[in-house]
Design a binder for this molecule. Structure first.
Ligand code: PLP
Length: 400
């Protein structure tokens, strides 16, 4: 059987090319001619489907071990389409630690629309079971929605355990697999029913495209997601489909380097005097393979020590770029409280552990020595500023 690394490179060619080109063509056509009025062509209009998109959709379905894939204009467009398969008054149990944009989609857009959501700490199986089961007044949930690694605290969700609980009550499981990709975990193999990606991140991998993907376990779900894709129309354009396809070809090489670098950075931070805690799967000895992960990815987060201003660290980085997003070849750093998770009210943020001192890093493929030196010099500046602040405070007290 063809191995994963080979599938990443080759995809599943459609068999329509007659030129011998080693890459699939980009078909920049919005409409496709019928041979006759009576004929039913394979493609008729590019929103409904086109060969460039089909290549990518088959490729991601193959990689995620699903029956059908769908490409969207962004990760949020993919999530929007998938949540649109539900109807008003359906209830979805949602992991408490998710991407801020998804949080706002649930709590603003879909709440207005009548879709109910129940937040839950997915690390707590009995709380999850209770939330899925409902009670005398609340019918069982229709779905559980989680991210493979929680964002930005990088807790590992045990997809097999979550699926067992959800399926017991007839709920389907939707997993956002953006942080680890099928290279490190295929959630459908663990019992999930729909997998989502912001392909903007690791799959495309170069911070040059916004894209989303969805993969379903069976044809019935496939029909419902296809209806939402075609009718809501948030489809990915052919040139972007090709950019994602090309990114996927080098996914294995990039992720291997990213996670090797991430582990080295996490270990360095763990021993750093200006760091209070580090969040990276397995760094405190917790088992991750048992939860179905083949690796831990390239994102980590940490809290700076009391007195250090996290903005001082971030503002003085020179190799890391101060930017949201993740999964690209270059390293990025950000402050979740002010950037990726600003949609969460502060009280909600603190409840799920996203403090004002938390910094998130997306580690790229640079030389790890440059990344570590960059963090150290930014910490030195932040520490000097902290020292000056406390001296000023002391003079202010003495002057009173
Ligand atoms: N899911 C996760 C885990 C994300 O981090 C993001 C964006 O950061 C999204 C979904 C949304 O994806 P996009 O920005 O491609 O719409």
């Amino acid at each position: 059987m063809t191995q994963l690394n080979t599938k990443l490179v080759h995809g599943l060619p459609l068999g329509t090319d007659t030129t011998g080109a080693v890459n699939p063509p980009i078909y920049n056509s919005s409409t496709y001619a019928f041979e006759t009025v009576e004929s039913m062509p394979r493609w008729d209009y590019a929103r409904s489907g086109n060969p460039t998109r089909e290549f990518l959709e088959r490729q991601i379905a193959q990689l995620e071990h699903g029956t059908r894939g769908f490409a969207f204009a962004s990760g949020l467009a993919a999530i929007h389409a998938v949540l649109s398969i539900f109807t008003p008054n359906d209830r979805i149990v949602v992991g408490a630690n998710i991407y801020g944009g998804t949080y706002s989609l649930f709590n603003e857009h879909f709440r207005r629309w009548g879709l109910l959501s129940t937040p839950v700490d997915t690390q707590d199986e009995s709380a999850l079971e209770q939330a899925v089961r409902g009670d005398d007044l609340t019918p069982p949930a229709r779905a559980v929605y989680v991210e493979t690694l929680t964002n930005p605290l990088l807790q590992v969700n045990d997809i097999a355990a979550i699926a067992r609980i959800a399926h017991r009550y007839g709920a389907i499981v939707i997993v956002d697999n953006t942080f680890v990709t099928p290279y490190l975990q295929q959630p459908l193999d663990l019992g999930a029913d729909i997998v989502l990606h912001s392909a903007t991140k690791y799959l495309a991998g170069h911070s040059d495209v916004i894209a989303g993907l969805a993969v379903v376990r069976d044809d019935a779900l496939g029909e419902r997601v296809y209806y939402a894709q075609n009718r809501l129309g948030g489809v990915l354009a052919p040139a972007e489909c090709d950019a994602v396809r090309r990114g996927i070809q080098t996914l294995a090489l990039r992720l291997e380097r990213q996670q090797e670098n991430a582990l080295a950075v996490a270990q360095h931070l763990l021993a750093h005097p200006y760091v209070r805690d580090v969040h990276y799967p397995g760094i405190h000895g917790e088992p991750v393979a048992a939860k179905g992960l083949r690796g831990c990815g390239g994102v980590l987060s940490f809290e700076v020590a009391p007195g250090i201003d996290p903005a001082d660290v971030l503002d003085h980085l020179r190799v890391f770029r101060l930017a949201v997003s993740l999964g690209a070849v270059e390293s990025l750093a950000e402050l979740p409280a002010r950037m990726t998770h600003f949609e969460l009210p502060r009280s909600e943020r603190l409840k799920v552990g996203i403090t004002d001192e938390l910094i998130r890093l997306s580690i790229g493929i640079e030389d790890v020595r440059d990344l570590i030196n960059d963090l150290d010099q930014a910490f030195d500046v932040a520490q000097e500023h902290a020292r000056r602040r406390s001296t000023d405070d002391l003079y202010a007290v003495l002057a009173i």
